[in-house]
Design a protein around this ligand. Structure first.
Ligand code: NAD
Length: 450
């Protein structure tokens, strides 16, 4: 409180967190002699809403709060984002303090000053940059969570780990390695390892945010996994915990698919994709799009992403573990995205120089794109139902459009005029070629004989 002197303090708390720590917090605060009003909000993503913002603002106005007010957010990322946005606009901006109580909020949401509410059009679309004056992190909050609801606490914890893996993957290979190697210790929540990964993750985010506080370029790399992740999260309808996916879980799916995207672009080696996927799977985080989501719906949601400019889709691309391809979100082509969603063979014809050469694109998890362009159809693996469904969908889309991939010459490989054709088309072309060849041989024979 010495750091944030104010006339009135306004505590905005999550109902579950308040049930655990509220009384203690109020008692300690009373001892300081300062005035504190508190408002307790329902837990869950639906609280991050313009209607709830208005409710809190009316509460503050009713209690005659003014510019000499400090907001305190006590809860996870939902409360932090909402309270931060209220503080950003109340009386044109008042200071606020973050007290994050989930791992995800500690390593990500509370650092960097991004505040927002959701709309029916997408997540975090209305908001402001407003830095908290103080962020108070106490790992003890995680223990309280585990005692209250161990199953849920475990899931929330892993969702937080997903953001730490992300930070390592984009910026610091040694942090990623720590997550890779210390799976057991981290899952047992050994305090020394946990403190270390949280400290490093927060330091990296703080460094990136300091270099680019309002996301003019570099800061966008923190959104790796989030372009697809946010689309999935948006389509899950911000449902309740049981049916829905947590933010960090959607980011885990997004990281896997965005790794596939980087590989499809020829930027990321398959071994790095494998490492990322294995690490995410080691924490039993989801890696696949839920069954009921449609790829075209995900694509549509992605087109509404904040990073896009001039109607062009942008996505953060990593080129190795611990490093981003560009220090910003990169422009991606629809076709590559489609490839990253597919997990079964596509059939392609590649225009090389002047001749058309029938080639099949093997499994999306094969070694590399150049390999997939030349090796045959690997049809032996038993595919899961999701993969078959996703593929069937991707395939249908692929057949109705011709996609051209344009690559800059300094990329690891060069592909020109790559178009997607169906298997039956491929057979028709092969048969036509055979007939032409036979006719040519016959004509030559008749010529020679004549
Ligand atoms: P959350 O705030 O919904 O909290 C998760 C659940 O845990 C809630 O039900 C809450 O009641 C409960 N809870 C929280 N702390 C607890 C504790 N110590 N003990 C018992 N129960 C506890 O979810 P979250 O995962 O913390 O945050 C997700 C939100 O953060 C999303 O809205 C996301 O968009 C946002 N986010 C923002 C940023 C940013 O830069 N601003 C970054 C990442 C995520």
């Amino acid at each position: 409180m010495k750091r944030v002197p104010a006339h009135i303090y306004c505590l905005v708390a999550d109902e579950n967190v308040f049930a655990l720590y509220g009384e203690q917090f109020l008692a300690k605060f009373k001892a300081t002699g300062k005035t504190l009003f508190h408002i307790v909000l329902p837990s869950g993503e639906t609280t991050k809403d313009r209607r709830v913002k208005e409710e809190v603002e009316d509460f503050m106005l009713r209690h005659k709060m003014n510019r000499d007010t400090c907001c305190i957010a006590l809860g996870g990322g939902v409360i932090g984002d909402l309270t931060g946005y209220i503080a950003a606009t109340f009386m044109r901006g008042v200071p606020f303090v973050q007290v994050p109580t989930t791992l995800l909020a500690m390593v990500d949401a509370s650092v960097g000053g991004k505040t927002a509410v959701n709309t029916t059009y997408g997540k975090n679309l209305i908001g402001a940059f407003h830095q908290p004056t103080v962020v108070f992190m106490d790992m003890g909050f995680l223990d309280g969570f585990s005692k209250r609801d161990p199953v849920r606490a475990e899931r929330e914890f892993k969702a937080g780990i997903a953001e730490i893996i992300k930070t390592g993957a984009i910026w610091d290979a040694s942090l990623f390695e720590l997550c890779e190697q210390k799976v057991e210790a981290i899952q047992r929540r050994e305090r020394a390892v946990l403190n270390e990964i949280v400290r490093r993750s927060v330091a990296i985010k703080a460094e990136v945010v300091t270099l680019d506080p309002t996301e003019q370029g570099l800061r966008a790399i923190l959104n790796w996994g989030h372009t697809i992740g946010h689309a999935v999260e948006g389509l899950m309808g911000m449902t309740d915990y049981a049916d829905g996916l947590l933010h960090g879980e959607c980011v885990a799916i997004g990281m896997v698919l965005e790794c596939n995207l980087a590989r499809a672009m020829g930027v990321l080696h398959s071994s790095a994709v494998g490492r990322a996927v294995r690490c995410i799977e080691a924490y039993k985080l989801p890696t696949k799009i839920p069954h009921h989501l449609r790829i075209d719906d995900i694509m549509k949601k992605m087109m509404g992403d904040k990073k896009n400019t001039g109607g062009k889709l942008k996505c953060v691309i990593i080129d190795k573990i611990g490093h981003c391809w560009e220090p910003k979100a990169s422009m991606v082509f629809f076709s590559f995205l489609l490839l990253s969603f597919s997990s079964l063979p596509f059939f392609m014809i590649v225009e090389t120089g002047h001749c058309w050469e029938p080639t099949s694109l093997a499994h999306a998890r094969a070694l590399s794109l150049s390999c997939r362009l030349t090796c045959g159809n690997q049809g032996t693996r038993a595919y899961t139902e999701t993969e078959t469904r996703v593929h069937a969908h991707a395939h249908r889309k692929a057949h109705t459009h011709t996609h051209y991939l344009h690559m800059k010459t300094h990329r690891p490989f060069e592909a020109r005029g790559l178009s997607v054709l169906s298997a039956s088309m491929r057979w028709v072309i092969t048969v036509c070629c055979c007939v032409c060849a036979a006719a040519w041989v016959l004509a030559s024979f008749l010529l020679v004989a004549g």
